[in-house]
Design a protein around this ligand. Sequence first.
Ligand code: SDX
Length: 460
Amino acid sequence: MARWSAKSLAKPDVGSLLIDRGTIRYAPARMAEEKDTLTVTDNRTGKTYELPVTNGTISAMDLRQIKVSDDDFGVMSYDPAYKNTASTKSKITFIDGDKGILRYRGYPIEQLAEKSSFLEVAHLLYNGELPTKDELEKFQHSITHHTMVHENIRELVDAFRYDAHPMGMLVSTIGALSTFYPDAKKIDSKENRQLQFHRLVAKLPTIAAYAFRHRRGLPYVYPDNDLSYSGNFLNMLFKMTEVKYTPNPVIEKALDVLFILHADHEQNCSTSAMRSVGSSHVDAYSAMAAACAALYGPLHGGANEAVVRMLEEIGSVSNIGDYVQKAKGGEVRLMGFGHRVYKNYDPRAKVIKKMAYQVFDEVGKNPLIDIALELEKIALDDEYFVKRSLYPNVDFYSGLIYQSMGLPMDLFPVLFAIGRAPGWVSQWNEMLEDDEQKIARPRQVYLGAGQRDYVPMSER
Ligand code: SDX
């Protein structure tokens, strides 16, 4: 599109002539007195209101002045599932859903996945800057020395049924951690919040591994401080009778990258739960138990497990057509497809898809990948999915990698939780440091019965 400013053709500040796909159109310049406001006319009263526009938003509270009478409550915004509502300002993660962009503290996810480590990214998310060498070493040392959990936690995990879902165990056990750290109630202390951040990032892999070993009837493996964060997680998962576990470096790296890719994602359902529950000033463990519970849902973090079950149900490439028809008919959803924000390919899915082959080269190809690739190809060519901007998301390929690593499907959302933990705590911390935030308490539109008198049983 070529743009000639009308300045060169006529009086200044009268706009521009644009040639756009062969046609000339006129774009008005910003009027001299143009202000960052909306002018709203209430046609019920004929009154006009000027609402400030800040960061592309209007303040919902500015709507309350719009009334039809003095005793009118005033206008509210109505936005089920918050599809078009910003609940907070944030400096942590930026997503451009149309362009498929994801950045943590301004750094593109592709660069962090290639060059950083999960603990470095965790430090970046929480503190806002990439750590110096000394800062990273201190952080790594602290995390390494917070990986143990109280023996009562081991006994708590032991108390679950043998077939308890690991996410159910994780939600409960993270909540239980609040009873071991009563100091965590001091949410006004910056230092105390930082300590809980270290404890949570460090202890989630230990609890996850305990849950995995409990399901298998295997003895628990204690942390090995000689190993990296992801290497130690593999140790606690897979160590058997060998004296010292040696992680496969390809798997260790792939797991670390997967944790990086899951580390934060602005105000998703589970992060919103962390912020909302945390806004009551409860401790970080109780807030994270709520976040974990939200992540457990198949529409959110439970999708990576649901994707593998879907691919196994499809069974072969020849069955894909029928399954896609069922999805288009609304009978099923293509799990791992679609996103509230991304209306383009999820940048994380691109990295994971590429990384899958590195893991498959090491441990053997997951046969479900052929179904996944063909399903993606068919869906991306189909009007139903194209019109709704349904692309593969972070969960579409991640489960195939986890499965190839020898991890059971019901552990996949737990792996998502480990990756997301630093994001949850960073967002929780930002919320507590935000002077504009209060206890979260949305309003409602009441459409129920008007006042009526109690009816005795004899008259019902
Ligand atoms: C994550 O928010 C985050 O950032 C989440 C996350 C993170 O990092 O925290 O990115 C992680 O949760 C990724 C999403 C994982 N979930 C899935 O893969 C489950 C399958 N996808 C969906 O159910 C769905 O796409 C959502 C939940 C992800 C998004 O749902 P929206 O934005 O509420 O969209 P919608 O349900 O209103 O659907 C819009 C239309 C509907 O059709 P119409 O009513 O217009 O006819 O698209 C259809 C839906 O039926 N649709 C799908 C579909 N997803 C949406 N149709 C088939 N398959 C799908 N997957």
